[in-house]
Design a protein. Structure first.
Length: 183
């Protein structure tokens, strides 16, 4: 039971002290489960992160589910997910019950959040950059990343179609490379 509490507590800390949502939690989750606890290695974490991004739902919760399941199956998933969700749930509940009017009209709090926003953007960019580095920072992954950003931001193509297209490019590109490398 102690190990489940450790898993719960690790994700509870991350959930309690992360502002900015799921993507902002990713570097903290990686630091905790890969660097500090050494529950999984960097490559495994990168694979879990890719699966968490592809799965429906919030990425931080998906990551908590995958890490918990990898370590201790269903019980691990439950404890890690509850740890990640509970702080946000309690904070939002308290805000809704007691502070909603104060927060909405308080200039100091509004300024604090304006100062926090750029840091949240950086916390979201870190996992994206780390995945790009893990992909090798070679021409193909970099080109695919740039094309995906342009398609989504400038042409307003749905990310779902971009992911499907990138998967197909990877599949057929790999088949093409296999055929031509055997000759």
């Amino acid at each position: 039971m102690r190990i489940y509490f450790q898993l719960f507590y690790s994700f509870f800390k991350i959930g309690a002290f992360t502002i900015g949502g799921g993507y902002a939690m990713i570097p903290l989750i990686e630091r905790e489960v890969v660097d500090r606890k050494k529950w999984i290695d960097k490559d495994e974490f990168a694979e879990m992160l890719a699966m968490a991004q592809a799965a429906p739902g919030p990425i931080a919760i998906n990551t908590a589910v995958f890490v918990g399941y990898k370590l201790y199956r269903w019980k691990g998933s439950i404890f890690s997910t509850l740890g990640a969700i509970l702080p946000s749930f309690v904070i939002i509940l308290l805000i809704a019950m007691f502070f909603s009017n104060i927060i909405r009209t308080n200039e100091v709090i509004e300024r604090i959040f304006k100062g926090i926003r750029p840091v949240v953007v950086a916390l979201i960019a870190i996992p994206a950059f780390n995945m790009l580095v893990k992909a090798g920072l070679k021409f193909k992954p970099l080109a695919i990343t740039i094309v995906a950003v342009l398609l989504i931001c400038l042409l307003k193509v749905s990310p779902v179609w971009v992911i499907i297209a990138a998967g197909l490019v990877g599949l057929f590109g790999g088949i093409y490379e296999d055929k031509h490398s055997k000759k």
